[in-house]
Design a protein around this ligand. Structure first.
Ligand code: ADP
Ligand code: MG
Length: 228
């Protein structure tokens, strides 16, 4: 039997307002196995962010089932959903959501301090290591408001990793970065996947990133197709 971390079954997603219904996902299925490095590509407006929000339990499908480690979570309370998100998931968005008045180091440390599982010293050492990994070792004590867009995104990536989430979800993580920085981020994600065995699902426009992942999908007409 496969060791699935997440499964989506017959997912349908519609956005409704008074006048219109926008159908985005139709009968979509996806299984994410432990250790996968999955890329999802697709045209702008094809529903990639919608799909990632459902995977990340930030939104609910109109129809269909979402399983985490074989447990169906459709009817979980908001508290239970928060718990899964905090324990299992790391998010990397296109825009970073760092706290501007906090330093790079403090921003990365914060989710781990909230978790209270490790001492402050331990957390600080790990946060420094992650920031060095994303080439931000020289900006540890800069406020995030003093960093460039690319630097902020690298800090956000380090932050998403601090609690060692089983599943990392990234929505166009290099959308705002130059080619060289993007390449560095792809290699970093690959390293994380291989060395830390963290599972990654990344939505991307980048063919290059698509090429280093293990499974490639294209989101088209509301469904995932295996891509070459
Ligand atoms: N909150 C929302 N309300 C209504 N329509 C939405 C909402 N979010 C996204 N959509 C629509 O759903 C479609 C898919 O959007 P999205 O998932 O953001 O696509 P992608 O990330 O692939 O660019 C688009 O047509 C978009 O306009
Ligand atoms: Mg999007």
């Amino acid at each position: 039997m496969s060791n699935s971390i997440l499964k989506l079954e017959n997912i349908k997603k519609e956005y409704k307002d008074k006048k219109f219904t926008v159908g985005v996902l139709h009968d979509l299925n996806l299984t994410v196995e432990e250790g996968d490095f999955i890329s999802i590509m697709g045209k702008s407006g094809s529903g990639k962010s919608t799909l990632l929000n459902i995977i990340g339990i930030l939104d609910v499908p109109t129809e269909g089932n979402v399983y985490y480690r074989k447990e169906i979570i459709n009817n979980f309370t908001e508290k239970n959903r928060d718990e899964i998100r905090n324990k299992m998931l790391g998010f990397i968005f296109q825009f970073h959501y760092l706290l501007p008045e906090f330093t790079a180091l403090e921003n990365v440390m914060l989710p781990a301090l909230i978790n209270k599982k490790k001492s402050k010293e331990e957390v600080e050492a790990e946060a420094k290591k992650l920031l060095i990994d994303v080439d931000m070792g020289h900006r540890l004590n800069h406020k995030s408001s003093e960093l460039s867009g690319g630097e902020k995104q690298r800090v956000a990536i380090a932050r998403s990793l601090i609690n060692e989430p089983a599943l990392i979800l990234a929505d166009e993580p290099t959308g705002n970065l130059d080619d060289e920085t993007s390449e560095h981020i792809y290699q970093l994600l690959k390293k994380i996947n291989i060395e830390k065995k963290q599972t990654i699902v990344v939505v991307t426009h980048s063919r290059e990133l698509g090429d280093i992942t293990n499974k490639k999908y294209i989101l088209k007409k509301g469904k995932l197709q295996l891509g070459g």
